[in-house]
Design a protein around this ligand. Structure first.
Ligand code: GLN
Length: 464
């Protein structure tokens, strides 16, 4: 913990951390030492980690990357924070030590971590580039070895895409696999927390602690017991040999993920990864996900719609920022929200309010929900012919900070390969797959059927 706290200081220019509390971290580390000395064991006892700043924490401020929550401190820990750390509510806690909170796009809206009110996080491979987003601080911190692992959240790609851009491993679990209690809501029907780490094995260790039902606090958490995802990672599939450990695994390759929307360098790295999976014994099968392109308009209606509703709680009365001067209640609301929310958040609140409003609801929101259902059906059909789906995470490597600043739609379009699995609630993973243009990392995306996290992590581990 001491060594990493010093390292965090040394690399402050990366902008990965929004808050560090040395005293709190050292207190937790000492408590872990004492537990160890007493002979106690816990899966992550004493391992230093950090949390994306949309997960609320009692011991650190939580800003969600927004001026709206500057100085806010939660009276409780998010369920995943508690489960990774000291536990609570009958959960023993994995014993990890928290160093602090990690930078992210404001309210997790973005793909570059350049939309944080506290300045950008930078990509350790090239600090003039974005680390991806919205969990950019998490991916940058892991890639720069400031922490061995971190939490992130993924609504439409925010774990997978920054993991890809920073050359680390991340998994977005099945929707409902991890409790959303204490995850500041962006789009509630899509939000999921998950780990970002150096390897599939480390992701498995964290996910084992994070996952599991939380019926009292998140009614959408699945009634499916926590699993030990690290168990069996080294074993070959049943009936397969040690030399070809993935024999029998059918990997679906969706044609729609391999067209000219994806840059040539990314395609080359992803194809090389697929060839490696074949060497490991897997079979590649061509599959179709014909509604892939529609995921962008569907997501960018549904997510802002839910955001406009979720963010209505930031009214200057209950949380965070309140305008200093106002004549009446209405002006207090307007000024507070005008000052507290950045331009992208305001844009999405406007879009969301519009698509939910009378007369437009059927034309936009309802249509988007219908498309969402069709996208989920496409995956169900594809999984009749394969066990996992593989493709790129993003169409390019990390872009330069500021490159997409004047063109939000170009950032939305770059989400094309991560949005479909999000809309379908499926687990998805990003695994490092070599390097593309300018020597920057490329990620391979693996998508599984619902609750197939173990299968994803096993395949990724064998590949690594
Ligand atoms: N880039 C997407 C968005 O801006 C996804 C963000 C996320 O997964 N939190 O909404």
């Amino acid at each position: 913990t001491q060594a990493l706290l010093a390292r965090v200081q040394r690399h402050a220019a990366l902008g990965a951390f929004l808050a560090v509390d040395e005293e709190a971290a050292l207190r937790q580390a000492r408590a872990a030492d004492e537990r160890l000395a007493r002979g106690e064991r816990a899966p992550l006892l004493g391992v230093p980690i950090a949390h994306k700043d949309v997960l609320v924490t009692r011991d650190w401020p939580t800003t969600a990357g927004s001026r709206m929550l500057a100085g806010y401190r939660s009276p409780f820990d998010a369920t995943v924070v508690a489960r990774l750390g000291a536990g609570g509510d009958g959960h023993p806690g994995a014993g990890a030590v928290t160093l602090g909170k990690l930078n992210c796009d404001e309210f997790a809206m973005g793909s570059g971590n350049d939309l944080s009110a506290y300045g950008p996080a930078r990509n350790p491979w090239d600090p003039s580039r974005v680390p991806g987003g919205s969990s950019g601080g998490s991916a940058a911190a892991v890639a720069a070895r400031l922490v061995p692992a971190a939490t992130g959240t993924d609504t439409g790609g925010s774990i997978r895409q920054p993991a890809a851009f920073c050359g680390v491993t991340g998994i977005k679990p099945t929707y409902g696999r991890c409790s959303r209690y204490g995850l500041i809501a962006y789009a509630s029907s899509l939000d999921q927390a998950g780990p970002i780490a150096r390897s599939a094995r480390d992701c498995a260790l964290l996910l084992s602690a994070m996952a599991g039902p939380d019926p009292e606090r998140d009614s959408t958490s699945l009634d499916h017991p926590a699993e030990d995802y690290a168990r069996g990672l080294d074993e070959a599939l049943p009936g397969a040999s040690a030399a070809r450990p993935l024999q029998g695994l059918r990997i679906g390759v969706p044609v729609e993920y391999f067209d000219d929307r994806c840059s040539a360098d990314v395609l080359a790295a992803v194809r090389a990864a697929l060839a490696e999976f074949e060497r490991l014994g897997a079979t590649l099968v061509e599959v179709r996900l014909p509604r892939t392109e529609l995921a962008i308009p569907a997501y960018y209606i549904i997510a802002p719609a839910e955001a406009s509703s979720n963010l209505s709680r930031f009214d200057g009365v209950r949380y965070g920022h309140r305008a200093a001067q106002y004549a009446d209640l209405f002006e207090m609301y307007c000024r507070t929200r005008g000052e507290g929310f950045g331009p992208e958040v305001q844009r999405r609140i406007l879009i969301g309010t519009y698509v939910l409003s009378h007369g437009y609801y059927d034309a936009y929101y309802l249509k988007a929900q219908q498309i969402r259902r069709l996208i989920a059906q496409d995956f169900l059909h594809a999984f009749e012919r394969c066990d996992l789906i593989a493709g790129p995470v993003a169409p390019t490597v990390a872009w330069r900070i500021g490159e997409k600043a004047d063109d939000p739609v170009s950032a939305y379009l770059a989400d094309i390969y991560t949005l479909p699995a999000s809309l379908a609630g499926l687990p998805g993973m990003s695994v490092p797959a070599g390097f593309g243009a300018d020597g920057l990392p490329v990620g391979l995306q693996l998508i599984g059927p619902h609750l197939a996290e173990r299968r994803l992590l096993h395949a990724a581990h064998q590949f690594q």
